[in-house]
Each structure stands twice: as structure tokens, then as C-alpha cells.
Design a protein around this ligand. Structure first.
Ligand code: NAD
Length: 496
């Protein structure tokens, strides 16, 4: 664990490790025990400006590096991530709190994404089409855009930067990256490994600091034509409004209020496993977390009993301990927010079946631990069934039919992920068609996306863009249509 301590970290600008211009710092804290992970530059607008300048200068050369060569650097990066997977997972379990096996999955996602985008270096397909005129050739190609502002949350501190930075780079853009202030050490390791993989100075820059100072300046900077951000709905709205003045490309990945549907013909034991993993994995701090379970009344009682029993068996503890099932929440105010929703649920008349309290025995009091919490008899319109809680709390909603289940699942403002447990193939296909989310799982929980399919959501989960798969390339490129006339005479489209 060489990386943990009071090491003073720096920004990475133009290939140099530098302090914030103002010399201020902030600390990253272990959410399981309050220990300090490291000290980081608390940057401001002037640091962003320097990073953008470096990225803008590097862009002129980087855009001309052949895409397969850019891809090869990502290939090396994927190798390095693989080599350092255990170290990164361990650091993540300390800095972010994730259970170490899940932290390994977070790193693996970045490895997969980097390999996938390395391959894009040899594709980046455009189109060729026949011309309506003789001796004329038509094609479209993807063009890089320039400096991309990358702003990430703390809940997937290695995976999410890879979802954004790998496609941005392979398309020929350069990057100014602001990691979340709760996981800056991981953001810095990510960039160190990119540099080690051969990505030239200035192509990726990291500026640590808060959303209001660093993030906002990135979004406002006139030389940053593309902004990609994952965060809360409120932040997304603010960013979109700010970026509108400059007509930037903005890619938003925002909140979720995801539902698992359990039908009367479901394999209940499988459903319980899927629900536990989706509701309490990463302590419920996933954009795809299942914070609602919509259950057919015929299986409501047995499902509830199995679920509560299994949740009560889950062991809370630091993420790095092998037998931990549920780690801490990210910080104290998250703990308070989650606990306030327990109060709201009770006031609304939902039945608290288990949990609903801060866990502080056995040394947990030094961290931010909350017991896995299940509410029963929840109505679809209650606040606990509508608002993103972002903690280990889920709401059981009884329904009488498939149609009612779909209506309840769709009756929220978000549209990220959904799932249905059923053995009826007709219902499964209807669910695939009718659930208004960007991702639907059949007989699995709401989490488990793979990197080669688009990732993102409908409605308030985003603004129509997608990460992962080839869809990820769209926000980082402009299409150019090219017409080559080899007839040797002026041919007039639509006239000759
Ligand atoms: P957040 O919105 O508080 O912060 C996200 C990032 O935006 C941070 O780096 C923050 O510093 C920055 N930021 C904040 N205000 C800003 C501003 N005005 N201008 C520019 N940047 C600003 O979110 P969080 O608490 O870090 O993450 C949790 C949220 O992220 C949840 O709502 C969750 O659902 C969402 N999320 C979504 C996805 C997805 O793919 N849809 C994935 C993970 C997390």
C-alpha cells in the first residue's frame, strides 16, 4: 500500500507535475476510517487555463498521429492497467470505499474499454456511398474536434474516466481531466499510467479541485469545445446551461431510479441474488443501482422474506477486508442524506422491513456505514420510489399485473437501467420493448453493462448521447462529407 499516506499530489499539465497556482490544497479521506489518503492541489481557473493551453497546443500534433498509433497507446495503457489492477483495486477500496472485488471490476471495465477503443483506432468507420453523378466519389469521415473537458464522479473512479478519455483520445482529441475531489489519487494514477503508456505531454492533463472552481471553468472555457460529465441531474442541468452560451458538444450521464421487476413466474432465488447485488453493491452508490423492486403480488411475501433475510446476513466493513459485503458511503453528508430518506419513507407510510440506521458498532463509527435498508408496501408515487437516494436503500412495490409493473417502472423521471425476472418469453420481449430505459436486463439485476454496447439512459438520465461501444465516438467527433470529382469537368449536383 505504498500509495496511501500524506503524499502531496500534483496537477499534470503539459507533461509536468505542478502545484496549484494559488498553492492551496485539499485532502482525500478514507471513508471507512477517516484516514488521510493524500494532499492534492486545490486548483482554480488559472490552472484550468494553463491546462487548456497545453491541451490546445498538443492537439495540433496529436490529431495527425495515425489513429492506429493512437490506439496502440491505449493498448499499452490497457496492459499497464492489467499489471496494476490489484494495486488500483486496493487503492480504490481505501479511497472510495468499494469492496475490493468490485473495485477490481471497476478497473477491469477500464481495461476492457481501453482494449476496445484501441481497436477503434483501426476502425473509426465512415461511409462510402455511390455518387449520383459519373466519375465522382463520396465518403464521410470522422474528424476530431479539439480539447475535451472530462469531469467525473467518485463512484467509478477508474472505469468512468476510461469511458470518456479512451474514446476522446482515439478520435484524435486532447483532454483536460477533472477527477472528483473524493477520488483524486485514483484520477492521478490513471493519468500517470497513460503517460507511461506513451501518451505525449499535453495530450492528457489533470487538474484537481472542486466543481464550482475547476469544473465550471472547464465548461466555460472558450477553447474547450466538448464537455463530457457524469454526475447528478442538478450538476448536469447547470453544465448544460453554462455550455449553451458557447454551443458546445455536451455529453451528460446523470442519475437513475432503476427498477427490478419480479413476476409471479420468476426464479425467486435468482431474483433475490440479482436484487441484493444491484441494490447493495457499491453500497447502492451506482447510477444503475436497483432502488426499486416491483413485485407481483403472488410472490410478494416469499420474495420479501428471502430478501430481508439475505440483507440481514450482509457484513458491513472496510472494502479491503475479504469478508466485507457492503462498504461505507462516500462521505458524512451522504450518510445523512440516506438516513433522511429513511425518515421520509416512514413518514410516507412505507414499512421499514430492515436496516434504516447508521452502523457504528465494531469500529464502523469512524467511517460512514449504513445498514442495507428495505422498505415494503411502497406506493410508486412515494418520494423513496421517485428520488435518487444513492445509498443502500431499496423499496418493494407490490403490483397486480405485468402492465402495472411496467407502468410503475416507467413512472419516474430517470431512464437508465431496468430488469425483469420472468420465465415467460412473451413478457420478456414486451418488457424489452416497453421499459423506457437505455438498458434492460432479462433475468439479471440492473447492473453489469459490457463495454462494447452503448451505455446511458433516456429521459433525465442524460441528453441523448451514449458512452461505450461505437456510439461513444459520436460526441468526440464531427462528421465531414467529402466529394471527389474525377470527371475533369464541372458536374452540377441536382442539375446535371
Ligand atoms: P456530482 O454531480 O456532485 O459531481 C460530478 C462531477 O461534477 C464532480 O467531478 C464535481 O466536482 C463536478 N461538478 C460539480 N458541479 C459542477 C459544475 N457546476 N460545473 C462543472 N463540474 C461540476 O455527482 P457525484 O456525487 O460525484 O456522483 C453521483 C451522481 O452521479 C449520481 O447522481 C449518479 O447517478 C451519477 N452517475 C451517473 C452515471 C451514469 O452513467 N449515468 C454513472 C455514475 C454516476
Amino acid at each position: 500500500m505504498a500509495l496511501i499516506g500524506t503524499k502531496a499530489y500534483k496537477n499534470y499539465i503539459g507533461g509536468e507535475w505542478v502545484d496549484a497556482a494559488a498553492g492551496s490544497t485539499f485532502e482525500s479521506v478514507n471513508p471507512a476510517n477517516g484516514e488521510i489518503i493524500g494532499v492534492f492541489p486545490k486548483s482554480g481557473p488559472e490552472d484550468v487555463d494553463r491546462a487548456v493551453e497545453a491541451a490546445k497546443a498538443a492537439y495540433e500534433e496529436w490529431r495527425l498521429v495515425p489513429a492506429p498509433k493512437r490506439g496502440e497507446m491505449l493498448f499499452h495503457f490497457a496492459h499497464l492497467l492489467t499489471e496494476h489492477k490489484d494495486e488500483l483495486a486496493d487503492l480504490m477500496s481505501h479511497e472510495m470505499g468499494k469492496v475490493v472485488a468490485e473495485a477490481g471490476g471497476d478497473v477491469q471495465e477500464a481495461i476492457d474499454m481501453s482494449y476496445y477503443m484501441a481497436g477503434e483506432g483501426r476502425r473509426l468507420f465512415g461511409q462510402t456511398t455511390p455518387s449520383e453523378l459519373r466519375d465522382k466519389f463520396n465518403m464521410s469521415v470522422r474528424m476530431p474536434i479539439g480539447v475535451v473537458g472530462v469531469i467525473t464522479p467518485w463512484n467509478f473512479p477508474i472505469a468512468i474516466p476510461s469511458w470518456k478519455i479512451a474514446p476522446a483520445l482515439v478520435c484524435g482529441n486532447t483532454v483536460v481531466f477533472k477527477p472528483a475531489t473524493d477520488t483524486p489519487a485514483l484520477g492521478e494514477r490513471f493519468v500517470e499510467l497513460l503517460a507511461e503508456a506513451g501518451v505525449p505531454p499535453g495530450v492528457v492533463n489533470v487538474v484537481h479541485g472542486g466543481g464550482g472552481e475547476v469544473g465550471d471553468r472547464i465548461v466555460r472555457h472558450p477553447d474547450v469545445p466538448v464537455v463530457t460529465i457524469t454526475g447528478s441531474r442538478e450538476t448536469g442541468v447547470r453544465v448544460l446551461k453554462t455550455a449553451a452560451d458557447h454551443l458546445k458538444h455536451v455529453h451528460l450521464e446523470l442519475g437513475g431510479k432503476n427498477a427490478v421487476i419480479v413476476m409471479d413466474d420468476a426464479d425467486l432465488d435468482l431474483a433475490v441474488e440479482g436484487i441484493l447485488w444491484s441494490a447493495f453493491g457499491t453500497s447502492g452508490q451506482r447510477c444503475t443501482a436497483a432502488s426499486r423492486v416491483i413485485v407481483h403480488e403472488a410472490v410478494y411475501d416469499p420474495l420479501q422474506a428471502k430478501l430481508v433475510e439475505a440483507a440481514e446476513r450482509m457484513r458491513l466493513g472496510p472494502g479491503w477486508e475479504e469478508d466485507t459485503d457492503v462498504g461505507p458511503l462516500i462521505y458524512r453528508s451522504a450518510l445523512e442524506k440516506v438516513h433522511s430518506y429513511t425518515g421520509i419513507g416512514k413518514e410516507e407510510g412505507a414499512k421499514l422491513l430492515t436496516g434504516g440506521e447508521i452502523a457504528d458498532g465494531n469500529g464502523l463509527g469512524n467511517g460512514f456505514f449504513y445498514r442495507p435498508t428495505i422498505f415494503g408496501d411502497v406506493e410508486p408515487g412515494m418520494r423513496i420510489a421517485q428520488e435518487e437516494i444513492f445509498g443502500p436503500t431499496t423499496a418493494l412495490i407490490p403490483v397486480r399485473s405485468f402492465e402495472e409493473a411496467v407502468q410503475a417502472a416507467n413512472g419516474v423521471k430517470y431512464g437508465l437501467s431496468s430488469s425483469i425476472f420472468t420465465r415467460d418469453v412473451n413478457r420478456a420481449f414486451k418488457a424489452m420493448r416497453d421499459l423506457d430505459t437505455g438498458i434492460t436486463y432479462i433475468n439479471a439485476g440492473t447492473i453489469g453493462a459490457e463495454v462494447h454496447l452503448p451505455f446511458g439512459g433516456t429521459k433525465d438520465t442524460g441528453n441523448g448521447h451514449r458512452e461505450a461501444g461505437q456510439a461513444a465516438l459520436d460526441v468526440f467527433t464531427e462528421w465531414k462529407s467529402i466529394y471527389v470529382d474525377y470527371s475533369g469537368k464541372l458536374q452540377k449536383a441536382q442539375i446535371d
